[in-house]
Design a protein around this ligand. Structure first.
Ligand SMILES: Cc1ncc(COP(=O)(O)O)c(C=O)c1O
Length: 472
């Protein structure tokens, strides 16, 4: 008999094991419902994982948005909520935290990221303008379009290639940007829409060298740069790890330097900032601040709460401080990589290098026999749920939506299923269960036939669309 000695994960990789820089103080029970119940739940949800009830989900990797575990300090902060309508002391704490860690002058709170996207789009975009950016994000682009703008993708080509090992696949291609400026004129550019660890590219970072060069180019043309800072802390960890000259700098210092090259940022605080709800817009220019602070009272709430309760702002201010701790970011990204590297070693096609917040399965290579208009990434998310009760999300043709001019599907180069890891929530054992489920679905890949879309809402269709399984 082959007597194998069990090994810890560290031993398997020839190094000492590491562990998360926290211990668990409160638990929330989860359970795996039976195969028949999962089949029924998937059918009832129209094979859209957004339409599942969370009670029917075992390990919930739909998103890292608002799903983080707060610390004991944040929960203590919740008890310090100053729920005054105006001038809550928690707002001033939040303002101080954003100024200190991100370095922007003015802060406008919003209920979540898309509230801030709405304000910045309405403030800076006039009909007919172009907004170049390093790959689109669903809600961001929609707000830009609703303001009358056209998003133009100026990310480097490698970002659209899931197997490219480029260390900074989030970088802007300055030649593409220059060509756009030459074609339409700098006065037709609303602003640069720059995202940290680009979500739709697989959580891929932007280098400091790139943002520095971008700043120079934009200064020559008088164009402003606004940052989607949603996962910027994780981006800074990759800079520390991969960019020469930054290996000894703390993440917090790298974050300040990066933000200093930009004119402001919008934030979905539900990700990096470790809270369940919240967002903010922060800008340096007085004119943009004036507009945004005026508009926030129309759409969100008074400019000292913007849709958040005082207690939420307190938890957010503390979350910002915790989010930039090096130990925290390292263990967060390493957990994602642990899962990603298991899958790579087993031959499962994923986006490389492994991103900051999620492992992205490459559904085109996973299901080469399913055409893109039969929604391979959506199919894969459905199959994973059916196999193990693990919930993931489509990031492909469904998310890309339709071209507003032609009405046709947009066919993105990347057809991905996102396995998103909430921060400080799941353990290595959960990752093992997920990896084994992906492997099981991969082994049975020839049996899947794809999906047919039977209901399609007008906006952001991926949230509410319904599908039926194709069985021929
Ligand atoms: C990169 C990015 N930007 C903006 C948003 C929008 O933020 P929210 O969901 O808080 O409205 C998200 C949310 O998923 C995101 O991932």
């Amino acid at each position: 008999m082959n007597q194998r000695v069990p090994q810890t994960m560290g031993q398997q990789f020839g190094r000492r094991s590491w562990a998360e820089p926290w211990k668990i103080k409160m638990v929330e029970p989860i359970r795996l419902i039976g195969q028949e119940e999962r089949t029924q739940a998937a059918q009832d949800a129209g094979y859209n994982t957004f339409l599942l009830r969370s009670e029917d989900v075992y390990i919930d990797l739909l998103t890292d948005s608002g799903t983080s575990a707060m610390s004991d300090r944040q929960w203590a902060g919740i008890m310090l909520g100053d729920e005054a309508y105006a001038g809550s002391r928690n707002f001033y704490h939040l303002e101080e935290a954003v100024r200190h860690y991100y370095g922007y002058r003015h802060v406008v709170p919003t209920h979540q990221g898309r509230g801030a996207e709405h304000l910045i789009s309405q403030a800076l975009i006039k009909p007919g303008m172009f907004i170049p950016g390093n790959m689109y994000f669903t809600t961001t682009r929609l707000h830009q379009e609703l303001a009358g703008g056209t998003f133009v993708d100026v990310i480097i080509d490698e970002a659209h290639d899931p197997s490219s090992e480029h260390p900074f696949k989030g970088d802007v291609d300055l030649d593409k940007l220059q060509a756009l400026i030459d074609r339409v004129g700098a006065d037709k550019i609303g602003y640069i829409s720059l995202a940290g660890t680009v979500n739709m590219a697989g959580g891929q970072p932007v280098s400091m060298a790139n943002v520095r060069a971008l700043r120079e180019l934009c200064d020559r043309h008088g164009i402003r740069i606004y940052l989607d800072a949603t996962r910027m802390v994780e981006n800074c960890f990759f800079i520390q790890e991969r960019e020469p000259g930054y290996e000894d700098k703390p993440v917090a210092e790298i974050l300040r330097e990066f933000c200093d090259y930009t004119d402001g940022a919008w934030m979905s605080a539900k990700k990096d900032n470790l809270v369940n709800i919240g967002g903010w817009l922060a800008v340096n220019h007085e004119d943009v601040f004036d507009l945004a602070r005026n508009m926030v009272v129309v759409y969100e709430g008074l400019h000292t709460y913007g849709g958040m309760a005082g207690r939420d702002m307190e938890a957010l201010a503390i979350g910002i401080e915790e989010s930039v701790e090096d130990d925290h970011v390292r263990s967060r990204v390493d957990q994602v990589r642990y899962l990603g590297h298991l899958l790579i070693d087993w031959g499962v096609p994923i986006v490389c290098p492994v991103g900051g917040h999620a492992v992205f399965l490459d559904a085109k290579r996973f299901y080469p026999h399913i055409p893109q208009d039969r929604f391979p990434a959506q199919t894969l998310a459905a199959e994973l749920y059916l196999d193990s009760g693990v919930r993931t999300m489509e990031r492909g043709i469904v998310s890309a939506g339709r071209d507003p001019e032609t009405g046709d599907h947009r066919y993105p180069a990347l057809e991905l299923t996102r396995i998103t890891i909430p921060r400080r929530v799941y353990t290595q054992a959960h990752m093992d269960v997920v990896a084994e489920s992906v492997k099981a679905v991969y082994d049975a890949r020839d049996e899947s036939r794809g999906l047919e879309m039977v209901y399609e809402p007008k906006y952001l269709r991926f949230f509410q669309a319904r599908f039926e399984m194709i069985r021929d």
